[in-house]
Design a binder for this molecule. Sequence first.
Ligand code: 9G3
Length: 568
Amino acid sequence: MKQSMMLIPTLREVPSDAEIKSHQLLLRAGFIRQNTSGVYSYLPLAKKVLQKIEQIVREEMEQAGAVELLMPALQQAELWQESGRWYTYGSELMRLKDRHEREFALGATHEEVITSLVKDEIKSYKRLPLALYQIQTKFRDEKRPRFGLLRGREFIMKDAYSFHASQESLDEMYDKMYQAYSNVFARCGLDFRAVIADSGAMGGKDTHEFMVLSEVGEDTIAYSNESTYAANIEMAPVLATYEKSDEAVVKMEKVETVDIKSIEEVSTFLNVSKTKCLKSLLFKVDDKYVLVVLRGDHEVNDIKLKNYFEASSVELATADETKEVLKCSIGSLGPIGMKSDKVEIIADQAVEFIVNGVAGANEENYHFTGVNPGRDFSVNEYIDLRFIQEGDASPDGKGTIVFAKGIEVGHVFKLGTRYSESMNATYLDANGRMQPMIMGCYGIGVSRTLAAVAEQFNDENGLLWPANLSPFDAHVIPINAKKGDQKELADRIYTLLKENKYSALYDDRDERPGVKFADSDLIGLPVRITIGKKANEGIVELKIRKTGETLEVHFENLIETISTFVVK
Ligand code: 9G3
């Protein structure tokens, strides 16, 4: 492809609003342009990389037994009302009206559409299992779009859905998809981990996220330093390996603690370790209040809290709500002597092991010391409520937990009958009884994967595409595109490459060499072939983008030499 015909608007300067490497480089190398917040155009070079990623995805989906279709992005509200999600999703779901004032959603995902389609067409167990996928634009009105393609409001997703007559059949498909995802991300050269995840609003229990390890990732992974255990910290369970101290139990006393509110202040003022402080937080769980008690050095995991109560909303009570319900300020809360009998108390399992602890007295400027669970207060239940921390024992009992940041590029779910029941997608089983289909769903962020590859593969001069994802295999650059022998040899090389199934970007622009080389380094094709002074001897310079290595090669040996560097 002649570069003078392409649209590759490279930038010398780093765009100020781009904070991370991949966003900066995809802009500077002329791969993407922002239309508006969270909405991008994929320019020709990015479109080519998308096609290569999609090709890998299609091959792996076919291998897993899924068939491609394409569903509409425009989804009638009735479908989302049937599943109930029209009412549970807020402004993140983009909605619009047609000329008849009928309501629609712009597809954020396609469980409703696919379930409605399959329920109309599949009536017998004989037609199951069935696995369908699409590669389609999704719309989600993110509150804070950021990091370029990593968190956009319009993005490209491969989403697959499977339908089964038995749990075993779903388990089988899930494992195939799990393997397919591992293959996709391995073939993209990404350093990824499959982590146990939280199914959140999706219902169902088994779910794994595929995370690319990266400092700019928004998710935190808890993984073991001695086994393959890895989980999103949102759901990582905490092993109760606590021990009760054998110190003598003392009597509880009320002490004056004027203006002592935070755990830090209490710990310092009363000279007790934070591990002996009881942190009490009032939460609004759906429409009731719950006092959550934790050890002072732990943090409440609101996802675990939400899952424990199977609630749709969990919010920390405001200072005013706290005062209104418990008649004292947030810094004086405790499980003893609460001034409300409507508030349930639950505690993290670590609290049970506290001896002679300190807690708020539910009275302004007072705390209790010598607090002992069981003797001085009881709770409805001790449960695993805290975020796992680095150094905790790994939940599988092997080694200890280390944290890493990750970019979620894939997510696989066992949905069960969450959608088939709410939308009445049933089939006739072998005994002639109507049953709800058992479902799975599986997503890959295709445009996010492109950004994750750019984030992982770059250097100070620009992008560094893995050979199998690169927009072109080689960059052919005649120093002087107008000059006879250089242009003639460059044309011959371009043809030779094409004959040998190598795609090439031919820089035929009338630009200074420095500009051509800087652009070439930014764009990041695996090899650059420079045709210069030695053109009349048939000798060119080959530069390997990844290592910076350059070597002189005669035209006769060009293909053989390139084949050792461009391994697709
Ligand atoms: C929405 C909006 C945002 C959403 C969803 C729905 C995330 C939503 C979860 C999924 C689950 C799976 C199929 C492919 C794999 C992931 N954000 N999810 O359902 F309306 Cl605004 O998308 N869907």
